[in-house]
Design a protein around this ligand. Sequence first.
Ligand code: CS2
Ligand code: MG
Length: 405
Amino acid sequence: MKIVDIKIFVSNPGRNFVTVKIETDEGVFGLGDATLNGRELAVVAYLEEHIKPCLIGRDPHKIEDIWQYLYKGCYWRRGPITMTAIAGIDMALWDIKGKVAGLPVYDLLGGKSREKIRVYGHANGQDIDDTLHHLDHLISEGYNAVRLQCAIPGLEGTYGTLAGKKDYFELQSDRPLPPEQLWDTKAYLDFVPELFKKAREKYGNSVDLLHDTHSRLTPIEAARLGKMLEPYNLLFLEDSVTAENQTGYKYVREHTTTPLAVGEIFNSIWDAKELIENQYIDYLRTAATHAGGITPMRRMADFASLYHVRTAPHGPPDISPIGHAAHAHLNSWTPNFGIQEFIGFGGEALNSVFKYPMTFEHGHLIVNDTPGLGVEFDEKAAEQYPYKRSYLPVSRLKDGTLWNW
Ligand code: CS2
Ligand code: MG
């Protein structure tokens, strides 16, 4: 079997997605997700100009060799653009292998370790009542793990909310330039414990609660937050500090028993090595789409399992249904799987372009047994939703200093 063509599609059925299609001389093709939010076309150029010419004529069954070739062979290792491009190729190759074998990817990985995949949803609100109202709604839909994010009084919108707007905080509209938001650590730390206190008063321990700090704190501030949240028994506190300096998590860890999660912007195991082997974290949130695909995710999960770290892959709306399907297959296999972030199947436009291979039932995802990754991609429908340049917001402190968004 030979690779005869690689096509890259960029569509915007609600937000931008980069889809890789690898075609073979036997008519079987594979699909991969290479979406990097806000930097989509850099990945497209990498794939078109630098990867595609090297893969035409190769045997698509040699997934490992192709992965090593793209990783080691370019000399310039790692980085989000490179690893997202490799991810798109790697997923498409697993999809091909599954289709040829007549097996879903989870079976190629070693088979199912569980029948259903536990997920957590998002309750985002303008104030505590609004957030708890959204929590009610998710519980009624069957979720029993929910991330709570709430606007901070005195700040015009923060991560997880947009002041005065009811729609989801990161939904892309046309954003010719990045929008700016204010950040104030003191206002945040003074307010957040109250949100979880009220949630526990209302629901007791009947639902698991989570929270994302989006890397806005220093280690000692994060340690204090973790301590303040201990009475409310979080499933995890996510991205409390940035992790370029992995030792930062040591200081958070040493001061609190609130479980810690990090990893959505990691693009290789090297970003997490110290965090894992020192047991500074409890959950690794790395995504297949941004870390080189299924091949390295499997290794990361095995490495994490040696240190009691569980996986909780990043599941935002800016990963395409193909990336979500890759997670569903990985999560079905991963022995040390923890939980999957899940915010629904998207709107009408998205569903006209992609068909998911899984269903949602009582707070869990159930992946079907279609061979390969199981996602259908309608190229004609995708053409109706052209790429739109779009950005995530940036944060500034009140004095104008640029901060982590
Ligand atoms: C996030 C994301 O899902 C999460 O936990 O932190 O929403 C993240 O901000 C986006 O994926 C960025 O593209
Ligand atoms: Mg996050």
